[in-house]
Design a binder for this molecule. Structure first.
Ligand SMILES: [Zn+2]
Length: 398
C-alpha cells in the first residue's frame, strides 16, 4: 500500500504498520535505538517536541524501515506536510496525480491567499494602530489562518507554565487512576481525589525522577497531592507525597488485577471534577481489603462494583420490575436486565440473566454498603451484571 494515499497522519501510519507487525513500542525502540518517548511523540505527530528537523527525518526513516515501510516515502510525506504547515492552509492536492494545470491553479491560489493575508494584516494595522499589540495580533492571525499542527499539541497551549497568583490551590488525598507519558519527561495523571473527584494533572519532570513526586504516581497508594488549578481541563501537580502505602497489593497478582479493574471502573464512571465521597470511600475500602489480603479479591471487587454503581447513581433495581413496578417476592429468583437498570419481570418480557433469590438478597445488601457472604462464582455473576450496567452508562474499558 502506498502510504501517501491514506488519510492517516504520519504518526498513525507508522503506528498501524508497527501494530501489523505486532511489535511493541519498546521493540521498535530497541531495533532503531530511538528513545521510546520519541517514538511515542512520532506516533502522536508531536514533531515539535522532537530535537530538530534533521533528527526527525532520521528517526522517521529508521522507524519506517523497522516496520517494513519505505523510509524515503515517509520522509517525503513529512517534508510536504511541514511545507503545508508553514506555507498554506489550502487542502493539499493528492500528490499522486501531479497535473500541471492543477499545479498552476495551486500556485495562483497560494498567491491569492497570501495577498488576502497581507491585505488583512495591513487593514488590522491601519484600523488598530496599537504599537506593541501587533506581535500578538500577528501571531494569533497566523495561528488561525495557517496552523495545522497536530492536535495533540493542544494541551500544551492550555498548560499553565508557571504557577501564578490566579491559580487556585487544590489539596486532597488522591488515587492514581491513569498515567499517560507526555513528552520525554512529563506524565499526565488522572487522579481520583477525595475532594474534587476526577481531575487531570500535569506532573512535570515525573519521568526524569520517580522521586520528583515521592512515588505518588505509583498506583494503589493514597497520596496527598497539591494541584494548581486554573480552571482548565488540566491542573498542574506541584507536590505529592504518599500517605498510605499499600505494598500488599503488588505481592499478589489477583489483587493487582482486581485493584486495576476497580481503578478503571472508577475512572470511567465518575464524571470529571465532581465530588464522589461515597465512591471514594468504597474504593479506599476495597484497596485496603486487597492490601490486607485476608479475603478473596474477586468477592471484594464484586462488592465494590455494586457499591460504585450505587454511589454514582446507577444502582440496580433489585426489588421490583423496572418496567411495571411489580414487586419481586424475596424468595423468588429474578430476571435482571442490567442495561435497563434492574429486574424485568416475565410479563414485561423478562431478561436473559437470572439471579437466584439468595444472591439477589446478598446483592441488595451490598448495594447498601453491607458486606454479604458470596462465593467466587457468585462474585463473577455479580460482576457480569455490574459490567453490563456500567457499559450502559459509561464508556467503560473492558
Ligand atoms: Zn414488569
Amino acid at each position: 500500500m502506498d502510504p501517501r494515499v491514506t488519510t492517516d497522519t504520519i504518526g498513525s501510519t507508522l503506528k498501524k504498520a508497527r501494530e501489523r507487525k505486532a511489535m511493541s513500542l519498546a521493540e521498535v525502540s530497541r531495533v532503531t535505538r530511538i528513545p521510546a518517548g520519541t517514538i511515542d511523540s512520532i506516533e502522536h505527530d508531536r514533531f515539535d517536541d522532537l530535537p530538530g528537523e534533521v533528527f526527525v527525518r532520521g528517526f522517521l526513516k529508521s522507524y519506517a524501515q523497522a516496520v517494513g515501510l519505505q523510509g524515503e516515502e515517509i520522509v517525503a510525506r513529512y517534508t510536504s506536510s511541514r511545507r503545508v504547515v508553514l506555507v498554506t492552509p489550502l487542502p493539499t492536492a493528492s500528490p499522486v496525480e501531479p497535473v500541471r494545470a492543477d499545479r498552476r491553479r495551486f500556485g495562483v491560489a497560494i498567491a491569492f491567499v497570501l495577498l488576502l493575508i497581507l491585505f488583512t494584516l495591513a487593514l488590522s494595522i491601519v484600523l488598530k494602530p496599537r504599537g506593541h499589540d501587533m506581535p500578538s495580533e500577528l501571531s494569533s492571525l497566523t495561528r488561525t489562518t495557517f496552523a495545522r499542527r497536530p492536535s495533540s499539541r493542544a494541551p500544551e497551549a492550555v498548560l499553565p507554565r508557571r504557577a501564578g497568583l490566579s491559580a487556585k490551590i487544590l489539596k486532597s488525598e488522591a488515587l492514581l487512576v491513569r498515567a499517560v507519558p507526555y513528552g520525554d519527561t512529563d506524565i499526565i495523571a488522572t487522579l481520583f481525589c477525595a475532594q474534587g473527584g476526577k481531575v487531570s494533572a500535569m506532573a512535570r519532570g515525573a519521568r526524569k525522577s520517580s522521586k520528583r513526586f515521592g512515588g505518588a504516581l505509583d498506583p494503589f497508594h493514597t497520596a496527598e497531592v497539591t494541584l494548581q488549578d486554573r480552571g482548565s481541563d488540566l491542573t498542574t501537580m506541584s507536590e505529592a507525597r504518599i500517605v498510605r502505602v499499600r505494598a500488599g497489593i503488588v505481592s499478589r497478582l489477583e489483587a493487582v488485577d482486581a485493584a486495576g479493574v476497580a481503578l478503571r471502573w472508577t475512572r470511567d464512571l465518575c464524571p470529571p471534577r465532581t465530588d464522589e465521597p461515597g465512591a471514594w470511600d468504597a474504593l479506599v475500602r476495597l484497596l485496603d481489603a486487597l492490601d490486607e489480603g485476608k479475603t478473596e479479591p474477586n468477592v471484594e471487587l464484586a462488592f465494590f462494583s455494586l457499591r460504585l454503581l450505587t454511589e454514582v447513581g446507577y444502582g440496580l433495581e433489585l426489588d421490583q420490575c423496572v418496567v411495571c413496578g411489580k414487586l419481586c417476592p424475596d424468595d423468588r429468583p429474578a430476571r435482571i436486565d442490567a442495561a435497563r437498570g434492574g429486574i424485568v419481570c416475565l410479563s414485561c418480557g423478562g431478561a436473559r440473566f437470572q439471579i437466584s433469590a439468595k444472591l439477589r438478597q446478598a446483592a441488595r445488601l451490598m448495594q447498601r454498603g453491607t458486606r454479604a457472604i458470596i462465593s467466587t462464582d457468585e462474585a463473577q455473576e455479580i460482576m457480569k451484571l455490574a459490567e453490563v450496567a456500567m457499559a450502559a452508562h459509561a464508556d467503560v474499558a473492558k
